[in-house]
Design a protein around this ligand. Structure first.
Ligand SMILES: NC(=O)c1ccc[n+]([C@@H]2O[C@H](COP(=O)([O-])OP(=O)(O)OC[C@H]3O[C@@H](n4cnc5c(N)ncnc54)[C@H](O)[C@@H]3O)[C@@H](O)[C@H]2O)c1
Length: 351
């Protein structure tokens, strides 16, 4: 039975917890959060009595902990993951891996030095839609993939709280939302290495607090200072070593009709659109054909976290190959760093 600790018992930690609870090989053992009130409430909710406001204290008093989920604000991912790895724990760290590539590399080194698993919460890799599409890509149905188009656009969807505070989040929609779709497209395309990026970021609409919303995205996280100093929209083109070019657009605020999230990939033999259900576009016997599925290929948020956490637990127990390793987190942070640098300089950045 693995003893599990959670650092940062906010919103996303609840998805980790629900998944650990269902896993017969896990015992939810200790919580750490700098917010004492939330720590107590979550302790009561999950029947956990080992509650700490300091991770160092948690590691000192619970040497028997096997693994931890790091679910804090982005600014604490590196510090908390490194402390856990140095205390001899396996770690799953939420996305984005860190604030920048420098921190991500330090985390990867800590995992290697301590010979512990550091998995990154690239949860979209665990979606059924991704699995099915990847099966078709791996079977060669797409031929050479040369272009991927990804969007994660919200019309008025700033998550609020610390997400808008650059010193706590590292950035806006690019590092928060773009990270999901860039990673997914790269993963589906066979994990090519990035070589350059050209990006632009905008601070035009801010967090649109004045909008009277009846439906649509509702801000969920409210901790941290109420500052909004991140970009509200970002766009970029990323070039990979195998010739693939990826375009990404991400926003918290944008004058668009409705929120959209798309992952499209284009190859010499077929193209695909991942949402809301997977569709494949190809040609047969001189006719343009569209392939649809006789089973659901839609994304299910709950199923995602369960598969992700089950995989983490399996990797810890069996030492098997991790589907979302630290090295991919480092590569993603290098891409994000390059896009932000390009947005500042106005030039393409070599990665
Ligand atoms: N995989 C996904 O789809 C997904 C979705 C939402 C959020 N996230 C990620 O999860 C992380 C947390 O987001 P959230 O929405 O749960 O935020 P949240 O504000 O609801 O929770 C974060 C918690 O971390 C605590 N915390 C901050 N710094 C800490 C530290 N140094 N030590 C201990 N506790 C600390 C805060 O007090 C808070 O309770 C972020 O990195 C975010 O990007 C991932």
């Amino acid at each position: 039975m693995l003893k599990i600790g959670i650092i940062g018992v906010g919103n996303i930690a609840q998805h980790h917890l629900a998944s650990y609870k269902k896993n017969p090989n896990c015992e939810i053992y200790a919580f750490c959060d700098i917010n004492e009130q939330r720590l107590r409430e979550m302790g009561e909710k999950y029947g956990v009595t080992r509650l700490y406001t300091s991770k160092e204290e948690m590691f000192a008093e619970c040497p028997e902990l096997d693994a931890v989920s790091v679910c804090t604000w982005n600014c604490a991912h590196a510090e908390c993951s490194i402390a856990a790895l140095n205390a001899g724990k396996h770690v799953i760290c939420e996305k984005p891996m860190a604030m920048n590539a420098k921190q991500a590399i330090e985390m990867q080194k800590a995992a290697e030095k301590n010979n512990k698993l550091l998995m990154i919460g690239f949860v979209r890799r665990f979606g059924k839609d991704c699995t099915v599409l990847k099966d078709f890509v791996d079977a060669g149905d797409f031929g050479d993939i040369y272009y991927a188009k990804t969007t994660y656009l919200r019309r008025a969807g700033s998550p609020g709280g610390w997400f808008g505070n650059k010193s706590l989040s590292g950035g806006g929609p690019l590092i928060d939302l773009g990270v999901h779709v860039i990673d997914l497209a790269r993963y589906i395309a066979g994990r090519p290495m990035p070589v350059s990026a050209f990006g632009a970021t905008f601070k035009k609409l801010g967090d649109r607090k004045d909008i009277k919303k009846e439906k649509g995205y509702v801000a969920s996280s409210t901790g941290g200072a109420e500052i909004f100093d991140v970009e509200d929209m970002a766009t970029a083109l990323v070039r990979f070593d195998n010739g693939i070019v990826l375009s990404v657009e991400a926003s918290f605020s944008l004058n668009i009709k409705k929120d959209v999230g798309t992952i499209e990939i284009f190859g010499t033999k077929a193209g695909a659109n991942l949402s809301p259900e997977l569709e494949i576009f190809n040609d047969r016997n001189g006719y343009l054909t569209n392939v649809s599925f006789n089973q659901s290929t839609a994304l299910s948020f709950d199923g995602l976290f369960e598969s992700e956490i089950n995989h983490f637990v399996d990797c810890v127990i069996s030492g098997g190959e991790c589907k979302a390793p630290a090295e991919d987190g480092v590569i993603l942070m290098k891409i994000l760093d390059a896009i932000y640098e390009s947005a500042e300089t106005g030039h393409e950045v070599i990665i």
